[in-house]
Design a protein around this ligand. Structure first.
Ligand SMILES: [Zn+2]
Length: 238
């Protein structure tokens, strides 16, 4: 049984590394996607502000047009008023129109100034987000390049380990023991065997019953930890 434990430990040495590489190969694209989504979110925020700036500018233009035509009308009324100085009632009516137009123009100009302030503030915000996006993009380019290199390296190492695993599998491990090991290596993410030290499982740190610890020491058959199921072994025997 010691030989089986030895062979399984030797296999686990590879499998632990295989699991680590597989986790890495899963993590890298996730991190890649997370960063891409972050840039996407900033881009959407920037586009929204851009749209708002455009809307504000359209409104500013409308107000400009409105005040220009109001000014033209005012000049026309002023001209007509100067031609009707003799008619007191008509003159008063013209002057009333002029005052009303002047007030309208004043209100519109005030609104225009307020809108321009909003445009300025939005543009500052837009520039800030753009700078953020630029720096995220350049980080992302570098990150993507690193991900590509790391992925290639991890994949290469993984292929090598799988090849090596095949050759170690050739050593005589009984099918039943290998089956148990394979189930555990999957369910325990790369650690199927656990050393037992002073009756304590070194994987889950639970104490095992004395009779089990004796069975591990005798090493007649494979013994599993009652709490984490891993195959137990004594270092001095292995
Ligand atoms: Zn355990």
């Amino acid at each position: 049984m010691q030989e089986v434990i030895q062979a399984l430990l030797s296999l686990q040495e590879l499998d632990t590394e295989i699991f680590r590489l597989q986790r890495e190969l899963r993590r890298l694209p996730q991190e890649h996607a997370r960063r891409r989504a972050q840039i996407q979110a900033s881009t959407s925020r920037r586009d929204e502000i851009k749209r708002k700036v455009m809307e504000l500018k359209v409104r500013v233009k409308e107000i400009d047009d409105e005040t220009n035509s109001a000014r033209q009308r005012m000049r026309k009324v002023e001209h007509e008023a100067s031609n009707s100085r003799s008619d007191v009632a008509l003159l008063a009516a013209y002057q009333h129109q002029i005052r009303t137009l002047r007030k309208e123009i004043g209100t519109a100009e005030e609104e225009g100034v307020g809108l321009l302030e909003q445009v300025d503030a939005a543009q500052i915000e837009q520039d800030k987000i753009q700078a953020e996006i630029d720096s995220l993009e350049s980080e992302f380019t570098e990150f993507s390049e690193n991900v590509r290199k790391e992925t290639d390296a991890a994949q290469e190492a993984l292929d090598r380990l799988k090849q090596e695993r095949k050759s170690r599998m050739a050593s005589s491990i009984p099918a039943e023991s290998l089956g148990l090991y394979d189930r555990l290596i999957q369910s325990r993410e790369g650690i199927a065997l656990a050393e037992i030290d002073g009756r304590v499982c070194q994987a889950c740190f639970m104490e095992v019953p004395p009779n089990l610890s004796v069975r591990v020491a005798r090493a007649v058959q494979l013994a599993q930890c009652p709490s984490c199921d891993r195959i137990l072994y004594l270092r001095q025997l292995a």
